[in-house]
Ligand binder design. Structure first.
Ligand SMILES: Nc1ncnc2c1ncn2[C@@H]1O[C@H](COP(=O)(O)OP(=O)(O)OP(=O)(O)O)[C@@H](O)[C@H]1O
Ligand SMILES: NC(=O)c1ccc[n+]([C@@H]2O[C@H](COP(=O)(O)O)[C@@H](O)[C@H]2O)c1
Length: 292
């Protein structure tokens, strides 16, 4: 059994245990493992970044979203939770198997730490103290909605009880979080109130033909702040709980998990810029994941 196969086998067992348990959220790995953390933060975190995704597969867009958040506040002690949603609000389950995705999440976490370390070292040469690396947790949840994911994370007693969560999403996901169709029976935005009173959303713009251009996407925030969502139960003050950040620049190639899955089948050379190195090596080694 090679190292990728044993990684996959490890997550298969962990997943079976989680699925059979009554738990709706569990952290199943910390990267790097506890005993290797000499250079990592051990003080309680002040912020928890949460990247919830299908990781099907993890891409360079996911990497950019996470790195941008971590490097934005390098002096704040933070922790990152990569959260695999085993139940999606809309999409039916499709390849790859969850154990493959979890294995790729661990490799992705390694790539991410390497990237952050290199960046912090660069800062240090400019006369500043190098910062410590964040811990990265790999978790699974059975909850499809953000409001419920946040409560599960709070109640799991893994993190300090009042820790602020910053959920890292793309603009397309923000639109769906603010869609009343997900909140029966009232079908208003009221269920977002407890979530946004305690936590934040860091939203990466995702300009494209389906979701509109940058200016159109930025207008979401102004509309919310001016009371444009009040008729649905959306509060003006929520605008201060949302941080919008730039994503793909004009001329940059679009990156998504869908494009990466297609590349595995049709244009493997494109994986070079679509997925981080560790994920690419896994996809090349386990070459049947997206083949059908
Ligand atoms: N290129 C991107 N720009 C901005 N946000 C992104 C990008 N790719 C993913 N995200 C965001 O990351 C989160 C998790 O992404 P998700 O797993 O849905 O990736 P995806 O590439 O959209 O997947 P798929 O192509 O399978 O639909 C979502 O909030 C999504 O909006
Ligand atoms: N209202 C909501 O909280 C809401 C709506 C749509 C998707 N989601 C979640 O967003 C995450 C990303 O979804 P996609 O993989 O479909 O882009 C998934 O965990 C999905 O379940 C949440």
């Amino acid at each position: 059994m090679n190292s990728f196969q044993s990684l996959r086998a490890h997550y298969k067992t962990a997943l079976q245990r989680f699925v059979a348990s009554p738990k709706a959220f569990e952290v199943i790995q910390t990267v790097p493992a506890q005993q290797q953390q000499q250079q990592q933060q051990t003080s309680p975190p002040e912020l928890l970044y949460v990247l919830d995704s299908s990781f099907n597969p993890p891409t360079t867009a996911h990497l950019r979203i996470a790195v941008s958040a971590l490097l934005d506040k390098p002096t704040v002690s933070s922790r990152l939770l990569l959260l695999l949603a085993t139940q999606n609000a809309d999409k039916p389950s499709k390849p790859a198997l969850f154990e493959d995705r979890l294995a790729m999440m661990e490799l992705f976490a390694g790539d991410l730490l390497e990237y952050v370390r290199a960046n912090l070292l660069e800062t240090a040469t400019q006369g500043e103290q190098p910062q410590l690396l964040p811990q990265i947790d790999i978790g699974v949840t059975k909850r499809p909605y953000f409001v419920d994911k946040a409560v599960e994370i709070e109640e799991a007693a893994i993190y300090p009880p009042t820790l602020e969560q910053v959920h890292l999403t793309g603009y397309d996901t923000l639109i769906r979080i603010f869609d009343t169709k997900y909140y029966p029976p009232s079908h208003t935005l009221q269920p977002l109130a407890p979530f946004l009173s305690r936590h934040r959303l860091r939203v990466t713009l995702r300009p494209d033909s389906d979701w509109g251009g940058r200016e159109e996407q930025k207008a979401f925030l102004l509309n919310l702040a001016q009371g444009g969502r009040e008729s649905e139960g959306g509060q003006r003050e929520w605008a201060s709980r949302l941080d919008f950040v730039e994503g793909k620049q004009p001329g940059d190639r679009a990156v998504s998990s869908t494009i990466a899955r297609q590349a595995v089948r049709d244009r493997p050379d494109d994986l070079e810029w679509l997925v981080p190195r560790g994920v690419r090596e896994y996809l090349t080694d386990q070459n049947n994941i997206y083949s059908s």
